[in-house]
Design a protein around this ligand. Structure first.
Ligand code: SUG
Length: 458
């Protein structure tokens, strides 16, 4: 069933969707930091392979670039975060601070060491210029305030996005929203943009888990990370209007079943929404509103709804069927990029076989081994940030981050040279890991031509 179509002609003319994947950092490990994320909890304290993790992600980027998709790279962050360790009171030389954290508070050292910035679907929410009043692309880095190890990402994310999308005539990179429970924001993992053509005005779909001020159903077991108030604030600061936004609440029961972000249960592209039948509160009303608002721009809207009877929420969570990338080929057909766990679940495999055989909007399924990331709850869609860009905007992006044969070769060799192939929880206490990471990242900023991005370089 995994039929691989001929590579389409590169559709680099006009406005298109570029995907910016996070390069997995040298400290990738399994620390069980994400309560509510079933994979993260199940793999707590197992031994990770950072080199394989980075190479699996890099191969996905290369393959999609080879197929003609615009593919960029976002660099990892500095880890362990000495800034966090210092803020938490671990003083002295770097090695001493790490040793003391390892002894007195290993959970804080694990939080400071997480490579979680690799999941760039959580880096920011992005509104393309076609949707914003002054026709610039807006980025709001996500505050990720519901987890300590992720709440330390947004400042570096802002700096990185500012370096890559630097031209103020095309791009606006905002600060993250204040990091407080009322404004919990997890970025593009809870945001989808629908449109007829990428360059036309779209409808932006914001999905939240709970509201701080409006009474409503809430999950009982696991936290809802995204609030309505955060989603609404982002729409407001990006200049979106009521006619071009739809807000929907995730079903609390699916959050309690491990759907910690909407992209674990739904994915959309252009005029297609692919989702589970239990994804949203008042789901039919959500479809109607999307259809009506898209229709007002003359855009169609198709839903591919997967019934519980065929794929349960538990199957969706363990296979990550919906954490797929839905990508438009140059010929207008769409491909679905799924993790290999989808082939290993018999019900999901049957569903995908049927989907690819039907003459619907999805024509082809591509399967990737992303095992190392998957074990922390990060599938193909978590690893990428979508940025719709016009030709002029693409020309304004820092050129060194676009994936091509030369960049692939350099990054592959860089990973081989700098990454460990084994990282166990106790290895986080090793002060050599900080030195190795900094050496690797220093070289990376040269490979990507991004200047001095990191605190240790300044
Ligand atoms: O935030 N896992 C990440 C996975 C993020 C997936 N992203 C999207 N669905 N878009 C998270 O829960 C686990 C780290 C650890 O346990 O070591 C972690 O942070």
């Amino acid at each position: 069933m995994t039929h691989i179509a001929k590579a389409p002609a590169t559709a680099l003319a006009g406005t298109l969707e570029a995907n910016f994947d996070g390069l997995v950092g040298p400290t990738h490990n399994y620390a069980g930091l994400s309560f509510g994320n079933v994979a993260s909890q199940n793999n707590e304290k197992s031994v990770a392979n950072p080199r394989a993790a980075a190479q699996q992600g890099l191969r996905k980027m290369k393959r999609l670039a080879d197929l003609g998709f615009a593919q960029g790279v976002l660099p990892p962050q500095e880890r362990p975060s000495m800034r966090l360790l210092r803020e938490l009171g671990f003083t002295g030389k770097d090695a001493d601070a790490i040793a003391r954290a390892a002894k007195d508070a290993p959970e804080l050292l694990a939080a400071a060491s997480s490579a979680s910035a690799m999941w760039t679907a959580n880096a920011a929410t992005v509104s393309p210029s076609a949707d914003t009043p002054e026709r610039r692309v807006h980025f709001t880095p996500a505050n990720l305030c519901s987890k300590l190890h992720r709440a330390i990402e947004h400042e570096s994310t802002r700096r990185t996005l500012g370096a890559i999308f630097a031209d103020p005539s095309h791009f606006v990179v905002h600060d993250a929203l204040p990091g407080t429970p009322a404004l919990g924001d997890e970025g593009a993992a809870n945001h989808t943009r629908f449109c007829a053509q990428y360059g036309e005005r779209g409808v932006e779909f914001f999905v939240y888990g709970r509201s701080e001020y409006r009474r409503g159903p809430e999950p009982k077991r696991f936290p809802a990370r995204q609030t309505f108030e955060a989603s609404r604030a982002i729409a407001q600061r990006h200049g979106l209007t009521d006619e071009t936004t739809v807000f929907a609440q995730q079903t609390p029961e699916v959050i309690d079943a491990g759907v910690f972000h909407n992209d674990v249960i739904a994915v959309g592209n252009r005029s297609t929404l692919f989702c589970h039948e239990r994804a949203f509160v008042d789901q039919k009303h959500v479809y109607d509103e999307l259809r009506r608002k898209l229709g007002a721009h003359g855009a169609p809207f198709d839903v591919i709804e997967v019934p519980d009877a065929q794929v349960s929420v538990a199957d969706a969570v363990s296979s990550y069927l919906f954490n797929s990338q839905l990508l438009s080929r140059a010929d207008g057909k769409q491909i679905l990029v799924v993790p290999q766990e989808c082939r290993e679940n018999p019900r999901v495999a049957v569903y995908l076989d049927e989907l690819a055989a039907k003459s619907g909007p999805i024509d082809e399924v591509l399967v990737f081994d992303l095992r190392e990331s998957m074990k922390n709850g990060g599938g193909p869609a978590c690893l990428r940030l979508r940025v719709v860009l016009s030709e002029a905007e693409r020309a304004a992006v820092a050129p060194g981050v676009w994936m091509n044969d030369a960049l692939f070769g350099r990054l592959d060799a860089w990973i081989e040279k700098h990454y460990r192939d084994r990282l166990a929880p106790q290895d986080l206490a090793d002060p050599a890991l900080l030195v190795e990471s900094r050496t690797a990242l220093d070289e990376l900023t040269q490979i990507l031509s991004l200047g001095s991005l990191y605190d240790f370089q300044r």
